[in-house]
Design a protein around this ligand. Structure first.
Ligand code: PLP
Length: 387
């Protein structure tokens, strides 16, 4: 069976040019970039080149980019680092109800340590209302952290507007842009972003490497103590091959963004249309247009997301469900509940996330497969039969 991968929000394939760029650093160029000898110097130059590639894609300066171990570490560093560094000024943090757990659990942990937090609601499409942000600001607010694009429903936030509010109140603004890289044009200066997290494996670089943009002049407490790497702010010998891969991948993602987005939007819109046409009592989750080009998230009534997922896997199609069973919990996703879905409807959700590797033919195959899976599951569902 030809398998089709449609779970690119979970992770992406390392592409050939990225692997090619990485290979020397897994073989011949093995020096430690901190070493003063020729082997070390040979590694230092490409490390700084990768930093520039990341900076260029964000409209930042290379000395504002810090390499980390993943998106989760970047989020932790931005939020905890800002909170501890600003604790004397205030203890209030504002975030949204639909953040990734890398942000939500970090803020919740800070609450246990004496900080306070406001979790902004979102509308039925997953959008934060800038007026709600304005109203939530207190004299002791030190940090606003709102994601650029949601990993489940793909909604893209009005980040420029939100960051402008933060700037007007002289409050630090962090955004988790893990899902946005390669899909949303970012210019941290024009957008007034102080801190931005990203993760390599979401845009065809390896897993286990990320970066944090820290605007020059912003003070964060460091998270990882140890060596003097990353301008003394994050200890640990650099993951050379992965960092080089991430540099190459972000450069390519930036160069190819327009072309990829066009292709992805066409496939996404056909997928949504096809599902809506073939499967009754289905709803699209997230915003119709302010959404990531590769994201499809639907709720299909009367059946369980897990059943759909397994059915799709048997059909050779890799997708993801909106009910958080992967995290060992049977609770439906906090994102789907935040946009107002009932538990029952949230449980019947499916996320398909496309990459430029997918084709229109894959999309048609997936629509047909989903229609078969849903018809079979509904024929066995007492809820469906009662209707
Ligand atoms: N933030 C968002 C929005 C994500 O989608 C993810 C990964 O799924 C992360 C953070 C965590 O990134 P990483 O897997 O690199 O720790």
């Amino acid at each position: 069976m030809n398998r089709i991968y449609m779970d690119n929000a979970a992770t992406t394939r390392i592409t050939e040019p990225v692997l090619e760029a990485m290979m020397p650093y897994l073989t011949d160029v093995f020096g430690n970039p901190s070493s003063v000898h020729a082997f070390g110097r040979e590694a230092r130059k490409p490390l700084e080149q990768a930093r520039k590639q990341v900076a260029d894609a964000l409209g930042a300066q290379p000395n504002e980019i810090y390499f980390t171990g993943c998106g989760t570490e970047s989020d932790n560093w931005a939020i905890r680092g800002a909170a501890y560094a600003s604790a004397k000024k205030g203890k209030h943090i504002i975030t949204s109800q639909i953040e990734h757990h890398a942000v939500l659990h970090t803020v919740e942990q800070l609450e246990k340590e004496g900080f306070t937090a406001t979790y902004l609601p979102v509308d039925e499409f997953g959008l934060v209302n800038p007026d709600d942000l304005e109203k939530a600001i207190q004299p002791d607010t030190i940090l606003i952290t709102i994601m650029m694009a949601n990993n489940e429903i793909g909604t893209i936030q009005p980040i420029e507007q939100l960051a402008q509010i933060a700037k007007d109140h002289k409050i630090l603004f962090h955004t988790d842009a893990v899902q946005a890289i390669g899909s949303v044009k970012i210019d941290v200066k024009a957008m007034n972003i102080d801190l931005l997290s990203l993760s390599g494996h979401k845009f065809h670089a390896p897993k286990g490497v990320g970066a944090l943009y820290i605007r020059q002049g912003v003070k964060l407490q460091r998270l990882i103590y140890g060596g003097a790497q990353e301008r003394t702010q994050r200890g640990g010998t650099e993951n050379m091959a992965s960092i080089i891969g991430m540099g190459k991948a972000i450069e390519l993602a930036d160069q190819q963004m327009e072309q990829h987005n066009q292709k992805l939007c066409a496939m996404r819109d056909r997928m949504i249309e096809g599902i809506m046409e073939s499967i009754p009592e289905t709803r699209l989750n997230g915003h119709a247009t302010k959404r990531l080009p590769g994201n499809v998230n639907v709720s299909i009534r009367y059946i369980e997301g897990e059943g759909i997922l397994i059915g799709m896997d048997l059909e050779g199609i890799a997708a993801s469900s909106g009910s958080a069973c992967t995290s060992g919990s049977l609770d439906p996703s906090h994102v789907l509940l935040a946009i107002g879905l009932t538990h029952e409807i949230a449980h019947g959700s499916l996320r398909l996330t496309l990459s430029e590797d997918n084709t229109m033919e894959d999309v048609e195959i997936a629509i047909a497969a989903l229609t078969r899976v849903v018809t079979r599951l509904r024929s066995m569902s007492p809820l469906y039969n009662a209707n």
